[in-house]
Design a protein around this ligand. Structure first.
Ligand code: C2E
Ligand code: CA
Ligand code: CA
Length: 708
């Protein structure tokens, strides 16, 4: 179309003025925008400038004749499809032939009949429009196919001839021009399994004359594997030939991303082992076949002992490395044929053992086709052994152990969820018993696991709902006259269960990590209490809080304490930390570092439950300590048990040698007190003076004493 107007434009090229004028008049009268030229050279210039919808071209002209001009126009990108109507002499067959040769669209004889000319021009333009539309839709289709990576194919089942569109050639990496690509060649690039499937599908579709839709794997010319989707329909062609026609689409990317999604949802990110979702499926599958064939299977739930410490000490990345190494050892343990036959599991032609990773330090194993429950115990023993060797994490030698619980089908139940829960209950039992061991599930474990679970979710709520309270138990000078301080002991008032003992919930809080926020609450609450008592002008008291292992290994414990001291505005010397002996001795390097930071803050540090751990004397000397607290188990029978008496005596003299104060806790009677006075103990704490009391009662108790 002419750019300047919506009217069709025509270029009339003729050196014969009268003829040209008549044509001009006629076409202008029909609404054409008319441009003219005298010869071929001029015609080309005008053509390029205005790009007309149609060209009327005389054959005989000076300078450049019509044939040459026609050829030139056709060689232009814009002139490839422009209709060119040539004026030829009457009955001049030779020039008509030549006109077609050089690319003319049609011809009309001279002298020109203007009515005929108008119809001819209109007809040509309409035909061109149709051709343009067709070209456009073909281009769109080709484009769509290219974008969809889809091609078209047709197969004659009688002659076995295959026609492929160029898209399919490029999809397979062949060039359509060079290689003959027949049905045989196509079958050759198919994955062998898919070849059988395709041929079966083709014969089926012929019988049923249904639609076919198949995903196939094909070998690309470059050797890579592609996934294609093949859609086909059957119809009858000429000579009753059976034809199949359809599309073929490259779905390699789609399959790849589907696999990725599948991987993400079924496999653990860190170890690549099946995750909980995948494991559940495997258990369901294994169970149904175990039921059918009357076989036995086992589930082993496994937790690494003290895995958190690895994360805390060496960082999460190191923890991940350890998890991967554990995964490898677990796989090795169950994979070696040796172990399996040793453990009495099925021969190795089928994978009969699944190792899954539920995230964190939770692993689970599924043992299929066991001969007896003993097989699971053998595997568990192997695992304990396999994990007992040193792990090398970034050149740090790390030792780790695992606790396990085992449930067995059909002994313990027939439901996948139930079996998994039971193995976890047995696992908790192993942890309670002191770790690095396994236990078979027994029914009474269920109640305990349930209690633990409900305890844990209740604990979370307890913090939010302020169900915790601190009780205070006084610490007195050995003569019993002076109250020197108090130990803050946490209490949990549960709306339904009543008071829950810390001995019961602190271990659960430690295992679930809740001890961190709970411990922080204790520190803050104790400091606020000190502040309140100072504001009430009560005699100064040093309040002690108990620290648990996890709190103590938190890197920022000192920062937290400094912050709380600052918040509450109390002096560090008013706060004392009780840290158990076994905790201090667990990681000496860390302990030294942390204790120094805490002592630098000005805090008092007591070593709690002293006598129960195995202290290294050289460290005791180095640690910045203030007080040794003799464990109450030695005090309880100190009057009757000569061993205990000897230990208490030794501890007191050791403490004094180290220039530490020493306190006895659990003092319940006057006789014990008298004995401790004899041994020159410095302080005492126990029911003899007071049980731990809520803050208000503790205040009242203090006031009573001072009044008398
Ligand atoms: P612990 O630190 O050894 O605390 C001393 C325990 O002995 C307390 O038990 C106390 O009530 C009890 N006790 C005091 N005097 C006597 C006595 O004369 N006779 C007897 N038989 N017992 C006496 P409680 O309050 O039940 O705490 C038990 C344990 O729970 C504590 O042992 C401590 O390890 C832990 N705990 C308590 N509060 C906290 C806390 O806020 N944080 C942490 N991490 N642990 C805490
Ligand atoms: Ca304590
Ligand atoms: Ca204690």
């Amino acid at each position: 179309m002419d750019n300047n107007t919506s009217q069709p434009s025509v270029l009339i090229v003729d050196d014969e003025l009268v003829g040209r004028f008549l044509a001009e008049e006629a076409l202008a009268g029909m609404g054409f925008t008319v441009h003219t030229a005298d010869d071929g050279a001029q015609a080309l210039a005008v053509f390029e400038q205005i790009n007309p919808d149609i060209v009327l071209l005389d054959v005989i002209m000076p300078e450049m004749d019509g044939y040459t001009a026609c050829q030139h126009i056709r060689s232009l990108e814009s002139g490839r499809h422009t209709p060119i109507l040539m004026f030829t002499g009457l009955d001049d067959l030779e020039s008509i032939d030549r006109a077609y040769e050089v690319g003319a669209t049609d011809f009309i004889t001279k002298p020109v009949n203007t009515t005929l000319l108008i119809h001819r021009v209109r007809y040509i333009l309409r035909a061109k429009q149709t051709a343009d539309d067709l070209r456009e839709s073909e281009a769109q289709l080709a484009n769509a196919q290219r974008i969809a990576r889809m091609g078209y194919w047709k197969l004659n089942l009688n002659t076995r001839t295959l026609e492929l569109s160029s898209e399919i050639f490029s999809l397979l990496g062949y060039s359509s021009a060079k290689q003959p690509f027949d049905y045989g060649s196509f079958l050759k690039v198919l994955h062998p399994e898919d070849k059988v499937m395709l041929e079966e599908a083709f014969s089926e579709i012929v019988e049923s004359s249904e639609h076919l839709n198949l995903d196939l794997r094909v070998l690309h010319a470059d050797g890579s594997l592609k996934h294609v989707n093949l859609v086909a329909e059957q119809y009858t062609g000429l000579n009753e030939n059976t034809l199949l026609a359809g599309t073929m689409q490259d779905i390699t990317e789609k399959i790849r991303s589907e696999r990725q999604i599948l991987n993400l949802s079924y496999y653990d990110k860190v170890t690549g082992l099946p995750n909980r979702l995948m494991f559940k499926r495997q258990v369901a599958r294994a169970l149904s076949s175990a039921k059918r064939f009357g076989r036995m299977l086992g589930i082993i739930s496994l937790n690494l002992d003290h895995f958190k410490r690895v994360n805390e000490t060496f960082g999460i990345a190191a923890g991940d490395i350890l998890l991967r190494q554990v995964a490898t050892r677990l796989l090795d343990t169950v994979r070696s044929n040796d172990t399996l036959s040793f453990a009495g599991l099925a021969p190795s032609n089928e994978v009969k053992t699944v190792v899954a990773h539920f995230g964190g330090d939770e692993f689970v194993l599924l043992l299929e086709d066991m001969q007896s429950a003993e097989n699971a115990a053998l595997v568990a023993n192997r695992i304990i052994k396999a994990l007992s060797d040193e792990f090398d994490i970034n050149r740090n030698g790390i030792y780790i152990s695992a606790s396990m619980g085992i449930s067995v089908y059909p002994d313990d139940g027939s439901d996948a969820d139930q079996l998994m829960k039971q193995s976890v209950a047995a696992l908790y039992h192993s942890k309670d018993e002191g770790r690095q061991r396994y236990n078979f599930y027994t029914p009474n474990m269920n109640a305990r696991a349930f209690e633990r679970m409900s305890l844990e979710s209740n604990l979370r709520k307890a913090l939010d709902d302020e169900q915790f309270e601190l009780y205070y138990q006084p610490k007195l000078s050995i003569d019993g006259h002076q109250v020197l301080g108090a130990e803050a002991l946490i209490r949990w008032q549960h709306p339904d269960f009543g008071t829950v003992s810390p001995a019961k919930f602190i271990p659960v809080a430690e295992q679930s990590g809740l001890i961190i926020p709970i411990g922080e609450w204790v520190i803050r609450r104790a400091c606020q209490q000190i502040r309140e008592w100072q504001e009430k002008k009560m005699p100064p008291l040093r309040v002690a809080v108990n620290l648990s292992a996890q709190q103590f290994s938190e890197d920022n414990l000192d920062t937290l304490l400094a912050m709380v001291l600052h918040e509450t505005g109390i002096n560090a010397s008013c706060l004392e930390l009780e840290i158990t002996e076994s905790l201090m001795m667990a990681d000496l390097a860390n302990t030294t570092q942390m204790l120094n930071k805490l002592a630098d803050l000005g805090l008092h540090i007591s070593i709690d439950d002293f006598g129960t751990g195995y202290s290294s004397l050289s460290y005791l000397k180095k640690f910045p300590l203030h007080t040794l607290k003799i464990d109450q188990s030695f005090i309880r029978d100190v009057l009757t048990d000569t061993d205990d008496a000897a230990i208490v005596r030794a501890i007191i003299s050791l403490a004094h040698n180290l220039r530490l104060r020493v306190i006895a806790e659990g003092v319940e009677d006057k006789e014990t007190l008298a004995f401790l006075q004899e041994l020159d103990c410095d302080e005492i704490q126990g029911y003899l003076f007071s049980q731990p009391l809520p803050a208000a009662q503790f205040e009242a108790w203090l006031n009573d004493r001072n009044a008398t």
